[in-house]
Design a binder for this molecule. Structure first.
Ligand SMILES: [Fe+2]
Length: 255
């Protein structure tokens, strides 16, 4: 399994506070069956988290070395979770903001919790016109999308990919997020399930329980794709053109 969204880098945001915590998270992920973790530190976050690519790369190397020393057989890749901001395109083009894969075109985009920015459609269109493909982080936790799942479907139809969070499906973020996550699965707009893990205890890694919950709605094969082929295609920039039903779903065009 590939975990496309987590916060492993110690001390760069509200994720792993220490190297020991990051290693504990890797152990939990490995035991759950993950082979690859894409660590996605916050950038442009309103709370002030905005790691530079240089610092992220340096901390990643320390973590990789520690993981090797600890005998952990798990690949750690660097992406980012970019909070919605005015300068997304400039930041991506300059290299200050990081896509999900080095040099890649897929961008993990985080929205404000309570509302949808009014100019979101224009910003998405601008990114897509420049060749980027937004992947929306946890739409099931945005108040407006919880109230109007049809708005998520409209975004998906415009080619915005959707990542729901494992702990939403298993109920850790409350009933509203659980219900919204299930609704998005029912609507067929979910491409990826990821952990968005922040620490080893309250927000730990782990995808297996969520895949099991998703399987009851979309079937076991499709649920499994959301933690395997779905994220793999995103990392390889091999997702079909906008407007298709799912990243790895039937009828996708890949190329
Ligand atoms: Fe996150």
């Amino acid at each position: 399994m590939i975990d496309l969204h987590c916060h492993l880098l110690p001390g760069v945001d509200d994720g792993a506070p220490t190297l020991a915590a990051a290693l504990a998270m890797l152990r939990i992920a490995a035991a759950d069956g993950a082979s690859t973790m894409v660590t996605t530190p916050h950038q442009r976050h309103p709370a002030g988290y905005d790691v530079t690519p240089e610092r992220a790369a340096a901390v990643l190397e320390e973590l990789r070395a520690a993981a090797r020393e600890a005998g952990l057989d798990i690949e750690i890749r660097l992406g980012a979770e970019i909070h919605f901001a005015e300068d997304l395109l400039v930041g991506l083009e300059s290299g200050r903001l990081l896509p999900l894969s080095p040099g890649g075109r897929h961008v993990l985009l985080e929205l404000p919790v309570t509302f949808l920015p009014p100019h979101l459609p224009e910003a998405i269109f601008e990114l897509q016109t420049a060749g980027y493909r937004p992947v929306l982080a946890h739409p099931e936790r945005n108040f407006e999308l919880i109230a109007r799942p049809a708005a998520a479907r409209a975004l998906r139809e415009k080619g915005v990919l959707m990542q729901i969070t494992a702990q939403s499906l298993t109920g850790a973020f409350g009933r509203a997020s659980r219900k919204a996550a299930r609704k998005l699965l029912t609507l067929g707009v979910v491409d990826v399930i990821a952990s968005d893990a922040h620490n080893p205890d309250r927000r730990p890694p782990g995808l297996r329980a969520a895949v099991k919950a998703a399987a009851k709605i979309v079937g076991p094969a499709r649920a499994e794709e959301m933690v395997t082929e779905g994220p793999a295609l995103i990392l390889a920039d091999r997702v079909g053109p906008p407007g298709r039903t799912n990243v790895a779903g039937a009828g996708d065009v890949r190329g």
